[in-house]
Design a protein around this ligand. Sequence first.
Ligand code: TA6
Length: 292
Amino acid sequence: MPFIDLSSIQFSSGPGGLSVAHLRCPHGSATVALHGGHVLEYTPKDQRPVLWLSDSAVFAPGKAIRGGIPVCWPWFGPHPENSEMPAHGFARNALWEVQMTHRTENTSSITLGLCDSDETRALWPYPFELTIAITLARSLTVALSAKNTGDADIVCSAALHSYFAISDISNIAITGLEGTAFRDQLDEDRIKSEQTPITFDREIDRVYRDTKAECIIDDSGWERKLHIAKSGSRSTVVWNPWIAKAARMADFGDDEYREMVCVETTNADDDTVTIAPGKTHVLTTELSASAG
Ligand code: TA6
């Protein structure tokens, strides 16, 4: 067990008694739950929080937290073969362990790890080592590394399923995906594209394909732009549940659809990744905010 320098990061008992790590640096703050390897909060200095967390979120072992950055792995969405399996894989419901903490004058970072167990093998019969490295600096970088520790290829889909805080759903437009083909999960999976920035007047649930683009959430209400850059990903999911789906989710306030939007860095659809024995795939999202 490597020596873990905990002096650079404070830990506390967070919501629901979950252990949380508090990252601080001159550029802002972040809070990370060991449960799910889950970033709960990211707030740049002198800014509003970037990430959204439901007031109805449940903080309990085995339950995904509604908001922040859920880690969806080793599958995105419903299980490819077995609808009995938990949606979005098991990583977001599991307890991760602290592998490393590090603090410099201008950064604060933590790495958490999760590896296969009887519980995971019951759901997905392959050995693996997952780490999530979260670095707070002038931006927040979240890197999910999946190592195949077995002797056969593994095939995974994944998402860093980020929920962003916005002034109101009527005030935002998302740029970066204009002209990009997307699978419309709400219209029989038809493949479509739009030439204009994404705006919202209904539920939207889209898997944008073959894109490495940085996305920007332009929020005229708070006069800020949220930047979502990525690597290790050729697909991006955009989701807002709108009224009916919001009302169906117990851990989501009926009106909370107005204050959030998901722009997710993913390996989804034909962007599913095959990891050879001994190899590692890294999925990274980098979040920042600017005035404007
Ligand atoms: O990423 C969009 C999505 O797949 C939506 O279809 C919706 O189900 C959302 O994820 C949330 O899923 P969850 O299992 O966290 O309720």
